[in-house]
Design a protein around this ligand. Sequence first.
Ligand code: ADP
Length: 363
Amino acid sequence: MPAAVVRLDSRASSRLRTRAGPVVDSIHMIALEHVTRYFGDVAAVDDVSLTIPTGGIYGIVGQSGAGKSTLARIVNLIERPDRGSVSVDGTELTALRDADLRAARRRIGMVFQRFNLLGSRTVRGNVELALELDGTPRAQRAARAQEMLDLVGLGDRAHSSVHELSGGQQQRVGIARALAARPSVLLSDEATSALDPETTSSILDLYRRINAELGLTVLLITHEMDVVKSICDAAALLENGRVVESGRLVELIQTPGSRLTSQLFPIGPIPENVPADATVIDITFAGGTADRPVIAQLARDHAVDVSILGALIERIGGTQAGRTRLELPAAASAAIITDLRRQGLLVEVLRGADAAAQTGGIA
Ligand code: ADP
């Protein structure tokens, strides 16, 4: 191993520069800088700059048409951006020529919604395919493919035809194939969208295990908020080709006005029967605050009736988190909101402009 020297670059990330090789970014597995891709006049991806940390599970989320799949294809340069640069595992893909690009792409394992398996090959034959492309000798291919099938729980199905497998099992073969060439990142494009909830959950467990056991960075492209909730550490929300929010989920859920958080806690609109003069607030709990009997206590301390209009408790980004929507009597609301904020809770005022003005909340 060549000696390494550590230096800080202008983005203040720590990098290792090996004397023999190119710059290796040890913190960011993927770095996109000002990436733009047009289809005609439509910017499917519009000036996206994003860094995906090494070793985590990162979600790219958004509605259909937001630009997720285009962005996924840009990450491994199946789609070339019109502008901007793409770096994966320390290599700037946008600067590479064809042969080097093909080699660099092998460092990115791809898992697709439609599995893309070859019906003419056995289960193991499909996993070996990735290794045939990089010239791995036959005996090593078979051993590695078997090892990957064992990892995904299909060790005993190596000689089956892919047609004999269920959708979830076929997706496991897709994952084994993506892992066979020892990628540094696993890119999953709507991999669970065609699966039922139970199978989805077992595939997500598999991703979690792969991330933990192999230390592999996982980039999940999905329109399913449940997927984000269940396994992502961090996420970026795409709208009309732009990143409108990004970051660690534990931080986003404590950020006032976060749209991603509203989608993680879909409490819905304020019911029509709530009096127009009542104050309506959302309280978001995360970590330690999720365990405290906050609402019972505020009803006691302020001697008021508090109506719960909606509530959701979830495990998000490895943390217990919840959001509760309350209706408060207008007269007491300013004092209650001040009190809740003093306890370190995120309080967002949905109705009751006076209270919001007095306490600096968002209306
Ligand atoms: P998502 O994956 O979030 O559903 P896409 O990346 O598929 O979004 O699409 C983003 C936008 O780009 C949409 O308006 C879509 O119609 C357009 N688009 C995507 N691929 C193409 C293409 N090959 N040709 C023309 N327009 C495209």
